[in-house]
Design a binder for this molecule. Structure first.
Ligand code: SF4
Length: 497
């Protein structure tokens, strides 16, 4: 028997990070925030808290981490007794570099010449080989296989006098993507890499004593669950420090990482699929952007029935729900079109087993999705999804829908064809496995997955759908192959293996 463990044919998301400062129940707040960010990493979770040890008259850290979902990793004892202190950082992991072993679970905590420090990282560095070699030459011994550990070594090797300066010096040597939360003896530090590939936001919540607790999170759905208000997105190339001075004055100290701020290259796929629709990322509502993607998809590839019959637009739940609404509304201008729930998704597939000889892929799709027969039978359907990766799941899903006897079955995708790997923190299958690299045209892909017509949103329209702010551009490399941040040759080779 084979246990179903893999997520159904979608790029795997990288990680979610959380920071809490000046809250009487920092561990509990982190726990709930991690829970809200569970979609960003389901392999492992960890929380580190800092507290002042009255007996020893010094700051100490407590931590708990483990493999599995947030609900399974932490017990009442961990959250209410072991993880003491008023500040915390936390991490949900999916491994984009390094193995799934327990040693790779973040946050990483160290005691070094300047005190204690804990760090959690979302993203991928792209000059890891150079940095590792340099650090090894200076005597560093690595305990994990993740790129995130490199930050700790760079900080510990710095000769700068304060932890804040050591961190800034470390960040200036790294290339790639990072959204970081770091607890130091002086406060909570958060930073986004100079191109701001991954999101990171600041929030706050009024404590009973009249002071504010401050929060950092990958997505603002983590603020909502703890009742914190959104303050702002951390800028690309920005490092902020929240400390006791912030609690007194409300001022969040901010500094550039590099002296010159380059153009941002935010991950466009965060808007397409990764982030939750109820979140704000990069300062904007994901839901609104997804609706616009659906609208532009409808404008770019409308469906007009020759006899004026109605179309039912059905989303692949849950990530395509919002863009399907946008599509249905726009298509309704050219042909009667309604939004319908034609597929129902089960969220509980973790403990399903496949019998020998059973069609693995078809069964996985059946475990995860079921059709609403009354919506599908004898209807003209447009299935809307956010992306197609290998195409294997799409094919099985389309077989499942066909078995409920629709009249017509079309497919619309709210992003362009995925053809290239990501080096900035997402995990796509190899280029050979991506369906878009097997066929030249949309028509051929549509035939291969079994639909009457197929259209992908063009890269130009996708760029039109995302917010345009001053100095902000987007990474679209997985669609275009145009990588905005240099990647070491060895890392490229490893991905193509
Ligand atoms: S390659 Fe794709 S997934 Fe990776 S950062 Fe760029 S847009 Fe995002």
């Amino acid at each position: 028997m084979e246990k179903i463990t893999e997520e159904i044919d979608k790029p795997l998301c990288n990680c979610g990070v959380v920071g809490v400062y000046n809250h009487p129940h920092a561990a509990l707040m982190s726990y709930y925030a991690l829970h809200a960010l569970q979609h960003r990493g389901q392999e492992a979770a960890g929380i580190t808290t800092f507290y002042y040890d009255e007996e020893r008259k010094k700051n100490r850290y407590a931590y708990h981490k483990g493999l599995g979902l947030v609900l399974d990793v932490f017990s009442d004892h961990d959250v209410f007794e072991k993880l003491k202190g008023t500040c915390a950082i936390a991490h949900n992991r999916y491994s984009t570099t390094g193995s799934s072993s327990a040693t790779n679970i973040q946050p990483f905590n160290i005691l070094y010449h300047s005190g204690i420090i804990a760090l959690a990282h979302n993203g991928n560095l792209t000059n890891t080989n150079t940095l590792r070699d340099k650090l090894r030459e200076h005597g560093a011994i690595f305990q994990t296989t993740t790129d995130s550990e490199i930050f700790m070594h760079l900080i510990a090797h710095s000769k700068k006098p304060t932890q804040y300066e050591q961190i800034r010096e470390a960040l200036r040597q790294t290339v790639g993507s990072y959204s970081l939360v770091i607890l130091t003896e002086d406060g909570l530090i958060a930073a986004r890499d100079p191109h701001g590939v991954r999101p990171l936001s600041i929030g706050r919540k009024l404590n009973k004593d009249g002071t504010y607790a401050y929060f950092i999170a990958s997505e603002t759905c983590a603020f909502d669950i703890v009742g914190a208000e959104y303050i702002r997105s951390i800028n690309h190339n920005e490092m902020v420090i929240i400390n006791d001075e912030t609690i007194k004055t409300g001022i969040i100290h901010s500094q550039n990482i590099l002296d010159e701020t380059p153009k941002a290259k935010q991950c466009i796929f965060e808007y397409v699929y990764f982030s939750r629709p109820d979140s704000k990322i990069f300062g904007h509502n994901v839901d609104k952007v997804r609706r616009k993607m659906g609208k532009l998809l409808g404008e770019e590839s409308p469906l007009k029935h020759p006899c004026g019959e109605k179309y039912c637009a059905i989303p692949v739940p849950d990530s395509a729900n919002t863009c399907t609404l946008g599509f249905a509304r726009t298509n309704n201008d050219v042909n009667p079109t309604v939004f319908e729930i034609g597929l129902v998704r089960s969220h509980y597939v973790g403990r399903t087993f496949i019998a020998p000889g059973q069609d693995n892929r078809e069964f996985k799709v059946k475990v995860k999705f079921n059709t609403v027969k009354g919506v599908i039978e004898n209807r003209n359907l447009v299935l809307v999804d956010d992306s197609i990766v290998r195409g294997t799941t799409s094919k099985s899903l389309i077989n499942l829908i066909r078995s409920a006897n629709p009249k017509e079955l079309h497919c619309r995708i709210s992003s362009p064809r995925i053809k290239y790997p990501c080096f900035y923190g997402m995990d796509f299958p190899s280029r050979e496995e991506l369906i878009a690299n097997h066929y030249d045209t949309e028509e051929e892909i549509g035939k291969a997955i079994g639909v009457d017509s197929l259209h992908y949103l063009s890269p130009e329209k996708l760029l039109e759908a995302v917010p345009s702010d001053d100095g902000i551009e987007y990474c679209t490399a997985c669609f275009t192959g145009d990588y905005p941040i240099p990647v070491e040759e060895e890392i490229i080779k490893k991905k193509h293996k």
